[in-house]
Each structure stands twice: as C-alpha cells, then as structure tokens.
Design a protein around this ligand. Sequence first.
Ligand code: FES
Length: 126
Amino acid sequence: MALYSEKVMDHFRNPRNVGVIEDADGIGEVGNARCGDIMKMYLKIEDDIIKDVKFETFGCGSAIASSSMATELIKGQPVSEAMKLTNKAVAEALDGLPDYKMHCSVLAEEAIQSALNDYEKKRSNG
Ligand code: FES
C-alpha cells in the first residue's frame, strides 16, 4: 500500500487556499517544537461565517496537505462549526495519514483554533 493516499498527494501538490489575508479578522500561528514545522492561518469572518481562509505552512508534505484540507473543511462554515474541527476529521478527509504523521494534522487543528481565539479576542476588545 502506498504510504500516502491520493488525496494527501493531491493536496500536497496542489494546496488550496495558500497565501495571506491582509485584513484578516483572526490570525493563528503554531509550531511543533520537535519537527520545527510552522503553520499560520488567516481568517476572514463576516456575520459569524468563515468567508475566507488562507494559510502559510513551512513544513512537511503532510502538514501542507493537512492545512489545505482543513481550510477546505471550514470555508463557508459558521465559527461554531469551525471550532469543532478536529485533527482526526482532517486526517479522515485526507483518507488517512500514517500514524507517525498524525501530529501534522494536529498542527492544522491548533492553527485554526488559534486563529479563532484571536478573532474572539479582537471581537471582545471591540
Ligand atoms: Fe512536523 Fe509534519 S513532520 S508537521
């Protein structure tokens, strides 16, 4: 069996939503100290809906595929749904990741959580 699913390879080769949102409503950056990979998520939110999401990932192929898939999963969703996104859901949507690469999908979950927390913080500060 191939190590990586076709979906992982597709999202690695043609990642969706790569880039920066200049006037983002929420920005989250997380890293994994062990592998040194870094992921940054930008959210544009209107009426509690994720209107746009972009990412920059300096990391392995699985991290790039995970961020790409995660952005696809939350785009157009209400904030409350995006909050519930788990790394497991990201990995499942990619048709699985090897066990030792699951932490790459955790990075995607954490980056989105961090961007949503940033959004909430900015909103409550007016
Ligand atoms: Fe670190 Fe994949 S090896 S995120």
